[in-house]
Write a protein that binds this ligand. Structure first.
Ligand code: UT7
Length: 341
């Protein structure tokens, strides 16, 4: 469906648009069947409760910055740009190479970015990519930056407890990236709205207890597994259905578009049951959800840009179509964006 520019697009003097996408996924595929060799679980349980069939696992030598760099290079290539064209690099991740320096600084160096290009990590967990988009949009629309790289990247396989069937079956590794640039027209990829939020009363529902200032890493924290992801799945599930619907509705309203006008929802790929409930609340048919979680599981901040890159490169998303992104994760932090492709 190709539609004319909205009044918001016509009135905004300077906008931000996605000019390139890229992704990187590890080669190793770990299926649900593989997990049943060491865990008391089944393919049937995982598929029926989550929609996940397999996940990718990073090789021993691979670091977060390696995957981020490869996804970023592909995004730059598709935009016809190089690292020297960037004014800002945002790496959304909760699994940085190290607590410091930022993974973004490592990516900055590997891409050969200029010294006056800012680079930093953004910690909003699964919501990180939407937070990054919102920030990039503000930088570009205000004229403070011309080209911004936003990467979502996670090596969650390094922070999950592979003996905890309640969490390890859900997550996977991967990286996705977009490059944003300015536009003064209704050229494709324009961000029409971004909406963000947090419910800080739910911080305990998805957390890594040790390894920060509250509980520095010690032999004891490691022995008791407090450096692994802990989750109250049902609490997160309920929050996801509620807030993904709310923040998506807010983004639609700000973009001046109704749910009928959305051609594709490219959501955070956490759980197909959550997404069915959100689609039903928004009044969007399930067939308009672009899903790849069956193959990759939940890759947190990377899941939207990986799905976007896949949908764009395979020709599923076409020029003129309207897209809705929405994500929620630890914090609980959530966000949504509407894009005219
Ligand atoms: O990225 C954002 C963050 N995460 C999410 O969005 C995840 C949100 N939550 C969820 O997706 C779901 O809550 C889960 C998929 C994590 C769990 O599904 P559920 O329907 O809420 O299951 P449950 O936690 O209530 O557990 C039901 C049963 C339990 O057994 P009992 O107590 O009924 O005997 C669990 O021990 O299922 C058991 N169980 C499993 N069984 C087989 C939990 N994990 C597994 C497993 N295989 N992997």
């Amino acid at each position: 469906m190709t539609t004319p520019p909205t009044s918001l697009e016509r009135n905004a003097p300077r906008g931000a648009r996605i000019v390139g996408t890229g992704s990187d996924l590890p080669e190793e595929i770990r299926t649900n069947h593989d997990l049943t060799r060491t865990l008391d679980t089944s393919d049937e349980w995982i598929r029926s409760r989550t929609g996940i069939g397999a996940r990718r696992i990073a090789g021993k030598g691979d670091k977060t910055s390696d995957m981020a760099r490869r996804a970023a290079q592909r995004a730059l290539e598709s935009a016809g740009l190089t690292g020297r064209d960037l004014d800002m690099i945002v790496v959304a991740t909760v699994t940085p190479d190290r607590p410091l320096p930022s993974t973004a600084s490592l990516v900055h160096h590997q891409l050969g970015a200029r010294i006056d290009c800012a680079a930093f990590d953004l910690a909003a967990a699964c919501g990180g990519f939407c937070y990054g988009l919102s920030l990039a949009r503000a930088q570009i629309e205000s004229g403070m930056a011309r080209h911004v790289l936003v990467v979502g990247v996670e090596l969650l396989s390094r922070i999950v407890d592979w003996t905890d069937r309640g969490t390890c079956v859900l997550f996977g590794d991967g990286a996705g990236a977009v490059v944003l640039g300015p536009t003064e027209s209704s050229a494709g990829g324009r961000l029409l709205s971004t909406a963000l939020g947090v419910d800080g009363s739910l911080t305990e529902s998805l957390t890594v207890l040790a390894g920060g200032s509250e509980e520095p890493t010690s032999a004891e924290t490691v022995a008791s597994g407090r450096h692994y992801v802990k989750m109250n799945g049902q609490e997160v599930f309920k929050a996801a259905v509620r807030y993904l619907s709310e923040v998506s509705a807010r983004a639609l309203e700000q973009a001046g578009i109704t749910a009928d006008g959305i051609d594709w929802v490219v959501p955070h790929q956490a759980n197909s049951r959550i997404l069915e409930a959100v689609a039903s609340r928004l009044g969007i048919p399930n067939e308009r959800m672009f899903l790849n979680l069956e193959r990759y599981g939940n890759t947190s901040s990377a899941s939207i840009p990986i799905a976007l890159d896949e949908a764009v490169r395979s020709g599923v998303i076409r020029p003129g179509q309207h897209l809705l992104f929405c994500a929620l994760g630890a914090g609980v932090a959530f966000g949504a964006a509407v894009v005219r492709w």
